[in-house]
Design a protein around this ligand. Structure first.
Ligand SMILES: *Cc1c(COP(=O)(O)O)cnc(C)c1O
Length: 420
């Protein structure tokens, strides 16, 4: 700190000298990008401790007790394997334990992340057929059913999809997808990427007949990046028993049913992440999953209401997904027209301490159109004042940057919060 900046002892004039520009980004920043999400102080504080013993004692007991809660958060009583890794690691873990070289997977893509899982599987030697529904449309269940019916020989071993594709913010109706697979009478496993949605969007693995779910710690689970999870059904365990892509480290068998503590991780446990995750699960449990989903629902609607007002009479501005039924409750993708999305993001971060998400998969990086897209996250440890604050900052940015927009966005957003 420069001592001079405290000022001299001479009396100061009331008016702010013209040279002083306030830095309105001071104060706690808000990272409103779709992962990593905001970390609760409770989670951070739980991690702030000395290194624990990994062979016996508190940590080992805590993990054994935590596993049922970890199953519950995904809505399953079946199996779960944990990994020290991010979402990409969880994809690879799922692929390694399900498939043999040359097996066929049908990937339903509604954005960049569905395609990412497809690329991961293909690179490992799985034959991948992609049904690409574009970047703003939902999965067409009739097309999926027809494709499965045409697979009389049952070559398709698994259907892989995203619950929420974080790039497009399209949400897939997983229960409807299960119904389409059943209607076709096809035995394929249903495998779902819930990395963006778990702990935000309603998800019921067992009730919806899902065979495999992947998620990571840093989004709705409110814990730093570095852990990921694969939940799998008894059917997936049996089908995957012969998988020849499995290697010792990724093998889910010992991780899901360890005889010794180290086998949960195939090595040293992610000690501090586990304390953080324990606290995050406590927080979700205290609130109740139905409440957690309802909170995200209201916050998502608040963001939608603001964008609808900004876009009224200004078609350059709009939400990426037209039908609310197909929109995520964890993240909202929108367009502002190039280059205004980038200008707005830069303004909100530099001038007001709110970091918005870049657009992903809507235009290639390097294309001027890339600067027309952004995403607003409302995942995890977020509440009304954070979402309203982010929207109010965006409104200030639209004004400051002379970006034409419709009026009444904050009023519309406040009304959604008021209606609860
Ligand atoms: C974030 C995300 C991923 C990738 O996770 P990483 O931790 O960045 O590897 C994959 N799928 C979805 C749906 C995501 O939101």
């Amino acid at each position: 700190m420069d001592v001079k900046s405290f000022g001299s002892t001479r009396p100061q004039p009331d008016a702010r000298p013209a040279a002083v520009r306030p830095d309105l980004s001071r104060g706690r920043g808000y990272l409103a990008i779709p992962g990593p999400s905001v970390m609760p102080d409770r989670v951070l504080n739980a991690m702030h401790r000395a290194a624990p013993n990994i062979y016996a004692g508190d940590l080992t007991e805590m993990v054994v007790e935590m596993w049922p809660d970890l199953r519950a958060v995904a809505g399953t009583t079946q199996h779960v394997a944990a990994y020290i890794g991010n979402g990409h690691a969880a994809w690879e873990a799922a692929n390694a334990n399900l498939f043999s070289r040359g097996d066929l997977a049908l990937v339903l893509a509604t954005g960049r992340f569905g395609l990412g899982w497809a690329e991961s599987a293909r690179a490992m030697g799985v034959e991948v057929e992609v049904m690409d529904f574009g970047t703003s449309a939902p999965v067409d269940m009739a097309r999926v059913e027809a494709r499965l019916r045409a697979d009389g020989a049952g070559r398709i071993k698994a259907v892989l999809t995203t619950h929420v594709d974080t790039s497009s913010s399209v949400r897939t109706d997983i229960a409807a997808l299960r119904a389409a697979i059943d209607a076709a009478g096809h035995p394929a496993l249903l495998c779902v990427d819930c990395i963006a949605s778990l702990g935000c969007d309603e998800y019921r693995m067992d009730d919806w007949g899902v065979d495999l779910t992947v998620a990571a710690s840093q989004k709705g689970l409110m814990t730093p990046p570095g852990m990921s999870f694969v939940w799998f059904s008894e059917k997936a365990r049996a089908v995957g028993a012969q998988a020849d892509l499995r290697t010792p480290y990724w093998d889910w068998r010992k991780r899901a049913e360890p005889e010794e503590f180290w086998q949960y991780w195939a090595g040293t446990a992610p000690t501090h992440h586990l304390y953080g995750l324990r606290e995050a699960l406590n927080m979700l449990h205290e609130e109740g999953m139905a409440q957690v989903w309802a909170r995200h629902e209201v916050l998502a609607r608040t963001v939608w209401a603001a964008f609808e007002a900004w876009g009224a009479g200004h078609p350059r501005i709009g939400l990426n997904v037209a039908d609310p039924a197909h929109r995520s409750r964890a993240v909202t993708a929108a367009r502002l027209g190039a280059p205004d999305a980038t200008r707005l993001r830069q303004w909100t971060e530099a001038q007001a301490g709110v970091t918005l998400g870049i657009g992903l998969g809507m235009a290639p990086p390097g294309d001027p159109e890339w600067h027309g897209f952004l995403r607003v996250a409302h995942m995890g440890h977020v509440n009304a004042h954070m979402t309203l604050g982010a929207l109010a900052v965006m409104e200030a940015g639209l004004i400051a940057l002379d970006i034409p927009h419709g009026a009444g966005a904050l009023d519309a957003a406040a009304k959604v919060i008021a209606a609860g």
